[in-house]
Design a protein around this ligand. Structure first.
Ligand code: BES
Ligand code: MN
Ligand code: MN
Length: 427
């Protein structure tokens, strides 16, 4: 594999080294078919609960680079924020666990056994992780998985993520004539694949912003009115939300609030669209091809493969005879919900309450961490999503940042989780 992403080839070694320095035993770089997985552990007493800490050292590409105010891979601290690609997602959050562990080792207060598994393919679908879990069930045996790779509602309103959306991702290609044509000679008589693709995409949602893919909502778990009511009681300022994004209004499925639209409802978004002439100036061309990348966020009980199949069938059916259509699936992932009545959840809740002085609100997140469902399926483990980020961290965007407050709060909260988990498990 060609390791082209900035600095990625050095990271596994650095993570391993820091884990070892912090006090982990058996640190190793586990080679996979792709980017390696870093492992380390500290087993203090087999009678104590074991926490499997998961994080990822890979990041999204930094582009568009020109929109960064400082180089993406040279972290700077400004106004209480660390600014760098990966500051929040997930290098910074993953590293809190290394530092929290180091602190527990130095103060001789590690209350549970701990295993670290830090991967390098989260942002590209965790392809190597599935086989790694399958082949290392014993090594990874634990009581719970702990992940800091999500956000809280705000620094004043701590929250714990109790659900994530799944993902279907497809790339579509629409072909008209077998070559680019003069748009004067042929225009008006031959289908323009960009025009056709735009029409096809438009028809994927209706006037209520519901997705029209046949059978798309078939398995969507409807959330009870009581739960929806509770969800909407979370402090959320729509005006501030709009101001932050510089938009005059929000947009989404009719009948649902912004908080619901970004958590319990599925979506369909075009992530990129291209084709034809895009260089400066004008070139009168009727292009041969048009492309788009389309993602669908899924909720329980939708299945990624099923939705991809439904999309394929529906999209092909939309194409008029004058074009050919190809749909290629990319990586996907299943939605996840985590229980709020488990000992581990209670421990996480108590830890956050102790650190923040406020009980955390259970909230579903809109993003996806496909491996959460894999942990459950392969290792039979539930996951605690104790992220300390904020939506304002600009993850996947230029000028990604992570608050020093959040970083230190995380380091403070993680040992409390260990402490409460051990105490609750004793009972
Ligand atoms: N850490 C994010 C997921 C996330 C962020 C969940 C904030 C909840 C709140 C993760 O690294 C991510 O970006 N996941 C991808 C999916 C992956 C298969 C590329 C995503 O959600 O787009
Ligand atoms: Mn992440
Ligand atoms: Mn990410």
């Amino acid at each position: 594999m060609i390791l082209t992403v900035h600095g990625l080839w050095k990271l596994p070694a650095t993570v391993k080294e820091r884990l070892a320095e912090a006090g982990a035993d058996k640190t190793e770089i586990c080679e996979t078919g792709g980017y390696p997985i870093v492992y380390g552990e500290k087993i203090i007493d087999p009678a104590l609960p074991t926490v499997l800490v998961y994080g990822h050292y890979d990041v999204q590409p930094a582009d568009p680079i020109e929109l960064w105010h400082s180089p993406p891979f040279e972290p700077v601290i400004k106004d209480g924020l660390v600014i760098a690609r990966g500051a929040a997602d997930d290098k910074g959050q993953m590293y809190m666990h290394v530092k929290a562990f180091e602190a527990m080792m130095q103060t001789d207060s590690l209350a549970c056994n701990v295993k670290f598994m830090i991967e390098g393919e989260e942002e590209t679908g965790s392809d190597s992780l599935g086989p790694f879990l399958e082949n290392n069930k014993e090594k990874l045996a634990a009581d719970v998985v702990l992940v800091s790779d999500t956000a809280m509602l705000s620094n004043d309103t701590p929250s714990l993520t109790v659900g994530l959306r799944g993902l279907s991702y497809v790339e579509v290609e629409v072909t008209g004539p077998d070559r680019d044509l003069h748009s004067g000679i042929y225009g008006g008589a031959v289908a323009n694949p960009i025009n056709i693709l735009a029409q096809m995409i438009t028809s994927l949602t209706d006037e209520d912003n519901r997705i029209t893919v046949d059978g798309f909502y078939d398995n969507v778990a409807e959330v009870s009115d009581t739960e929806r009511k509770a969800m909407n009681e979370a402090p959320f300022d729509l005006e501030e939300y709009k101001r932050d994004l510089d938009i005059a209004d929000v947009h989404g499925e009719k009948g649902y609030t912004t908080l619901e639209r970004t958590s319990i409802r599925p979506t369909l978004d075009v992530n990129g669209i291209w084709g034809g002439y895009t260089q400066p100036g004008a070139k009168t061309v009727l292009p041969s091809k048009a492309y788009a990348k389309i993602s669908m966020r899924l909720v329980p009980n939708q299945s990624s493969d099923e939705i991809t199949e439904k999309f394929k069938k529906h999209f092909r059916g939309l194409a008029p005879d004058c074009v050919k259509v190809k749909v290629t699936p990319h990586h996907g992932g299943e939605p996840a919900v985590t229980p709020i009545d488990s000992t581990a959840f209670q421990a996480a809740s108590q830890a956050m309450e102790e650190a923040f002085g406020k009980k955390p609100i259970p909230m579903r997140g809109g993003g996806s961490i496909p491996i959460v469902s894999l942990f459950e399926k392969t290792l039979g483990l539930k996951t605690i999503l104790m992220g300390f980020g904020l939506d304002s961290n600009k993850i996947h965007s230029p000028n990604e940042n992570y608050g020093l407050f959040n970083y230190y709060k995380g380091i403070e909260t993680i040992p409390l989780f260990f402490k409460h988990l051990a105490a609750l498990s004793e009972k």
